[in-house]
Design a protein around this ligand. Structure first.
Ligand SMILES: *[C@@H]1O[C@H](CO)[C@@H](O)[C@H](O)[C@H]1NC(C)=O
Ligand SMILES: *[C@@H]1O[C@H](CO)[C@@H](O)[C@H](O)[C@H]1NC(C)=O
Ligand SMILES: *[C@@H]1O[C@H](CO)[C@@H](O)[C@H](O)[C@H]1NC(C)=O
Length: 317
């Protein structure tokens, strides 16, 4: 009877120990998960800004409206990846020169609302230093765009080249790599979405229009940007073409970048690989700990049984 009870007790203890260790092990797992979002937030690097020479005077109605507009844009990142606003706005409100402000923001398609909000906030924080009191500002980050002006630019096609950069030339002639780049650039051109991501092996391409353009205007803009990317950056290890209303870019990750360090463009893929690596390492450590704990529990149970058997032998022989 007492033997049976002690066995029950031990089984219960073993189960309890197991759940306790499982609980302890949950803690590092969940902290790894909350660390992850910093990956996307950390890649919202500044690309370029264009500020008008014309400036409004501090304390003007334009400044008041601009502040309200920027605050509203940041607040609306929880709802959407894109928004255009006019301030003041409403039925019966007539646009007034040098008073009415038009603005928009847009985030990359793969950005979650929190990262989008942080990207747009960073962009707006940069505006203050980069373009103090400018009537018109165009600020492009890696993952988002903020733009405002005193006249409306919504729905207006504009293929002005804002920025074009090609990465280092390929270190050697590599037909395979060239084929992959060609394929990615080509496939960016087809599709109906205003937001495109294409991957072939280690080559990753992205293209995006601001969403105030109609689908036809967007395709027209992208065709231009992609054509320039192909003609100017095909033999490079990456490149981007930013037009006023759309952009196209591509980059290498993996083997090519390893052969020629520091020449990788954008570095998006690298950050992600590092993260994956970290998750992998954490997993290996967790599995190691679990295995150790299980071994320990089994060993203790075994020792306990041995001890009790010894005691039983002593008492009852
Ligand atoms: C930069 O902004 C100014 C004023 O808004 C504009 O005239 C100019 O064309 C812009 N530059 C480019 C490259 O679009
Ligand atoms: C945006 O949100 C903040 C914080 O909730 C609030 O204080 C601010 O008034 C909002 N801005 C606008 C324009 O609604
Ligand atoms: C947003 O842009 C569209 C054109 O793309 C325009 O018709 C609409 O009035 C704009 N909304 C605001 C609030 O300015």
């Amino acid at each position: 009877m007492s033997l049976f009870r002690s066995k029950m007790f031990k089984t219960k203890m073993t189960i309890f120990c197991f759940f306790l260790t499982a609980l302890i092990l949950m803690v590092p797992t969940s902290s790894t998960a909350t660390d992850n979002p910093t990956y996307s937030a950390s890649t919202d690097t500044f690309i370029y800004a264009n500020c008008s020479q014309a400036r409004f005077s501090p304390g003007s109605a334009y400044e008041t409206n601009l502040k309200f507009l920027l605050s509203s844009l940041v607040n609306s990142t929880v709802l959407n990846r894109y928004n255009n606003l006019t301030v003041p706005f409403g039925s019966g409100v007539k646009p007034e020169p040098d008073v009415t402000v038009y603005g928009l923001f847009q985030c990359s398609v793969d950005l979650d609302p929190i990262s989008c909000s942080s990207c747009v906030s960073r962009a707006i924080a940069l505006v203050g230093n980069t373009c103090p009191n400018s009537y018109s500002v165009f600020l492009q980050m890696q993952n988002c765009l903020v733009r405002y002006d005193k006249s409306s630019f919504f729905g207006v096609q504009d293929k002005t080249v804002m920025l074009k950069t090609c990465g280092q030339p390929m270190g050697f002639y590599d037909q395979d790599a060239l084929t992959r780049v060609n394929d990615v650039i080509g496939s960016l051109g087809s599709g109906s979405e205003p937001d495109r991501t294409r991957v072939n092996g280690d080559v990753r391409g992205m293209a995006q229009c601001t969403e105030d353009l109609s689908p036809a205007q967007c395709q027209d803009c992208l065709t231009d940007a992609i054509g320039r990317l192909r003609s100017d950056c095909l033999m490079a290890q990456g490149g981007y073409v930013y037009l006023s209303k759309c952009y196209a870019r591509f980059s290498f990750g993996g083997s090519h970048a390893r052969q020629t360090p520091n020449s990788n463009f954008g570095g998006e893929k690298y950050d992600k690989d590092d993260d994956d690596n970290n998750i992998g390492k954490t997993l290996v450590i967790i599995i190691g700990i679990i295995t150790l704990v299980i071994l320990l529990v089994v060993l203790l149970a075994f020792l306990g049984k041995k001890l009790r058997k010894l005691q039983d032998d002593k008492c009852c022989r």
